[in-house]
Design a protein around this ligand. Sequence first.
Ligand SMILES: *[C@@H]1O[C@H](CO)[C@@H](O)[C@H](O)[C@H]1NC(C)=O
Ligand SMILES: *[C@@H]1O[C@H](CO)[C@@H](O)[C@H](O)[C@H]1NC(C)=O
Ligand SMILES: *[C@@H]1O[C@H](CO)[C@@H](O)[C@H](O)[C@H]1NC(C)=O
Ligand SMILES: *[C@@H]1O[C@H](CO)[C@@H](O)[C@H](O)[C@H]1NC(C)=O
Ligand SMILES: *[C@@H]1O[C@H](CO)[C@@H](O)[C@H](O)[C@H]1NC(C)=O
Ligand SMILES: *[C@@H]1O[C@H](CO)[C@@H](O)[C@H](O)[C@H]1NC(C)=O
Length: 444
Amino acid sequence: MFLQFALLLPVASILAIPTGEPANGESRGIYWPFPDPSAQQDTAGVSVKNTQCGQVYPIDSSSAYRVQSPFLPLNYPPSVNCKFDFLGTAGCVPIITCSEFNLARGDSVEVSDGMGASQKYEGTTGPQNVSSGVSAMRVHFQSGFFSIGKGFNCTVSCAGNSTTVNAITNALSNPQTVSCKCGVPGGQVNEETRIVGGRNAPMDYWSWQAALIFIGRQAPFCGGALINDRYVLTAAHCVVTTGLVAFPQLSQVVFNEYDITSSNDTTVVRSVTRVIPHPFYDPTNQDYDVSLIEFSPPLNLTSSQAPKLTPVCLPPRGTRDTYAAKNGTVIGWGTLTEGGEQSALLQEATIPVITNDECNKKYSNKITPRMVCAAYPQGGIDSCQGDSGGPFMVYSNSNRYAEVGIVSFGEGCARSDKPGVYARVTDLNDWIRQTAWTANWCQE
Ligand SMILES: *[C@@H]1O[C@H](CO)[C@@H](O)[C@H](O)[C@H]1NC(C)=O
Ligand SMILES: *[C@@H]1O[C@H](CO)[C@@H](O)[C@H](O)[C@H]1NC(C)=O
Ligand SMILES: *[C@@H]1O[C@H](CO)[C@@H](O)[C@H](O)[C@H]1NC(C)=O
Ligand SMILES: *[C@@H]1O[C@H](CO)[C@@H](O)[C@H](O)[C@H]1NC(C)=O
Ligand SMILES: *[C@@H]1O[C@H](CO)[C@@H](O)[C@H](O)[C@H]1NC(C)=O
Ligand SMILES: *[C@@H]1O[C@H](CO)[C@@H](O)[C@H](O)[C@H]1NC(C)=O
């Protein structure tokens, strides 16, 4: 219906049609007329659903999606900027194939899955069976200011060799574990009597804290947290803005680091083999600010040798806890004051979580569901520059720490009206677990 109505209008007024925001409340550009999303065709037991741009579609082996240029089979208009996002569930690895593909000069469809080399398709060569084995895919169509082209007709489904799909599914519900416990810090400190506020962390306590460094430099550019025997969890902005996605071999992860000015610490250093930012990461608003860093060789988490490295826990799968009003702890070597010097010793601070509604008031509604905020009403204690990528953790009744946030952004540091914003791990949990499915985990 909408499609036919829109066709009667000249391009200029179509551009003005923006009937508001996609259902999930995010603005990702103009809402183009696409085929009716409720219409679907069934082929061989798989229903093929239509898509709208600006939406995230969960996909499993019983579903597939049609991704088309607006107005197909007619030509597409100029100045389209459309993102179609697919999030594999139940072990699904999205794969894209186009039956029709014919773009005007300069226009492109970019397929990215977070593995660094996103692939741009132009002209008449569209993607055929393109997938790289991770659980999320973004298809990004852009047309130029003056261009009009024939368009594309693609399908996104699940790749499968069922062996891999089953292995990922299995790893999600029943991860491979070794005999260790996540979230148990090194050393003995009575949690109940910890002083609240920014201060030096105890030495050898935060046994999952990782320093991300450029080879040859001692000062970390970002923090991260060990989550299993071969992955560090960090922020996407740490690896995207530094170019690390393309050149992972320029960096290293350092564990058991405490004083970054001393070569005294018994650090454990690993080379970085892959950097996997979330494919939906948006540098303009820091949505999906999460990345995995695969290092090599894997750590032996059951080793009795010092130093003892333990991974932090992820929140339990499927938990919807918002953590509002709970106290969280953030750690890092960030600057101690806004614009100040990086701290030599690892710092820790305890900060209460505030609701996204409250946080949205301070950030003019720019807080997405993939974010969690923490702040004292009076300001004063916060994460700061250089803490990026590090963990924001909540201590649970079972005496373990779970990483509920990843240091993402904030306007200034410790300003009373600008909370610290963290990537919300509960909303990124399945992507993390599916992407790191080959790892060995400690018991939750
Ligand atoms: C897109 O391709 C599918 C099958 O490949 C076909 O059934 C459908 O009609 C095509 N859509 C358009 C608008 O051409
Ligand atoms: C894509 O996969 C389909 C089904 O597995 C296969 O028939 C086809 O030949 C493949 N195309 C390419 C270009 O690999
Ligand atoms: C399935 O995929 C995995 C990894 O890509 C590969 O190692 C394995 O041989 C494949 N199995 C089959 C039956 O094709
Ligand atoms: C190295 O460690 C020792 C013992 O922990 C300490 O006394 C010394 O001050 C440290 N040296 C530096 C340069 O930090
Ligand atoms: C890990 O360390 C434990 C205890 O030191 C040892 O028994 C085990 O063989 C090690 N595992 C590997 C894979 O090296
Ligand atoms: C958070 O910490 C503050 C300061 O220690 C304390 O007063 C408050 O009760 C704590 N809140 C919760 C929910 O534990």
